[in-house]
Ligand binder design. Structure first.
Ligand code: DC
Length: 218
C-alpha cells in the first residue's frame, strides 16, 4: 500500500489523539500530535515564572527544541531535552496554549517542523490546520468533531482518571473558550477543509471511530 499522509483536524476533545494513535498503530504509521508541540511551547513559557506576555512567548520559542518521538503506540514529547509528555497535559497548559498558538512566529516554526516530520509519508498527523495549511496535499483528510457536551465529558473523565480534581462545568467553559480562540484566530484558524471528510463521533465508541478512519484510508 502507498505510504499515505493522513491529516486529521477538529476541535478540542473530539478524540483526535486517542483514535489517531490507535489507527496509526494499526496501519504501522507514525503518529504526529501537533497539539503537543504547541503545548510544549506553553509549558516552556510557564517555566519562566514571569508574567506571560506575547513577548515572553516569542522569546521562549526563538531557541526552543521541541521533539516528538513515537514508539510502541506512545508519544514522548521533549522540550530542550526534558521529557514533558505528562507536564503538557495539565489544565494550566491547556488554558495558556491558545494564546501561544495564535502567534505567527510560533506557528511558522511548528509548521516547518511538522512538514519535515511528514516528508517520508506513512504518517497520521492531527491538529487544527493540518489539511488546510500544514499538509494541503495530504492523501486523506478527516475532520473529526463531536458535540461540546460529549467533548467536555470525555476530557473531564480523562483528567479525573489522571488524578486531576476538575469540574465538568469548568472543562466545558475551557473547551468553549478554546473552540472560539481556535476558530476565530487570524492565522490558520480551525476550519473544515473543502475536501475533508467529516466524522461526527458523538455517541460513537473509540473502536467504531478507528474503524471508520481505517475505512477512509482504504
Ligand atoms: O489538540 P490539543 O488540545 O492538544 O491542542 C492544543 C492547542 O494547540 C489547541 O488549543 C489549539 C492549538 N493547535 C493549533 O493551533 N494547531 C494545531 N495544528 C494543533 C493544535
Amino acid at each position: 500500500m502507498k505510504r499515505l499522509v493522513v491529516a486529521i483536524d477538529g476541535p478540542a476533545g473530539a478524540g483526535k489523539s486517542t483514535v489517531a494513535r490507535i489507527a496509526a498503530e494499526k496501519l504501522g504509521y507514525t503518529y504526529i500530535d501537533t497539539g503537543a508541540m504547541y503545548r510544549g511551547v506553553a509549558w516552556k513559557a510557564l517555566q519562566q515564572k514571569q508574567e506571560i506576555t506575547d513577548a515572553l512567548i516569542l522569546d521562549v520559542v526563538r531557541d526552543i527544541d521541541v521533539d516528538l518521538h513515537y514508539e510502541g503506540g506512545a508519544t514522548t514529547v521533549t522540550v530542550d531535552g526534558t521529557d514533558v509528555s505528562k507536564a503538557i497535559r495539565t489544565p494550566k497548559v491547556s488554558h495558556l496554549v491558545s494564546q501561544v498558538a495564535k502567534l505567527g512566529p510560533v506557528r511558522e516554526k511548528m509548521v516547518a517542523l511538522q512538514r519535515k516530520m511528514a516528508e517520508r509519508g506513512s504518517v497520521l498527523m492531527d491538529g487544527r490546520d493540518i489539511a488546510t495549511n500544514v499538509l494541503p496535499h495530504a492523501d486523506v483528510k478527516i475532520y473529526l468533531t463531536a458535540s461540546i457536551e460529549e467533548r467536555a465529558r470525555r476530557r473531564c473523565k480523562e483528567l479525573q482518571e489522571k488524578g486531576h480534581a476538575v469540574r465538568l462545568s469548568d472543562i466545558r467553559a475551557d473547551i468553549a473558550a478554546r473552540d472560539k480562540a481556535d476558530m476565530e484566530r487570524e492565522i490558520s484558524p480551525l476550519v473544515q477543509a473543502d475536501d475533508a471528510m467529516r466524522l461526527d463521533t458523538t455517541g460513537m465508541s473509540i473502536n467504531e471511530v478507528v474503524e471508520k478512519i481505517l475505512e477512509m484510508c482504504r
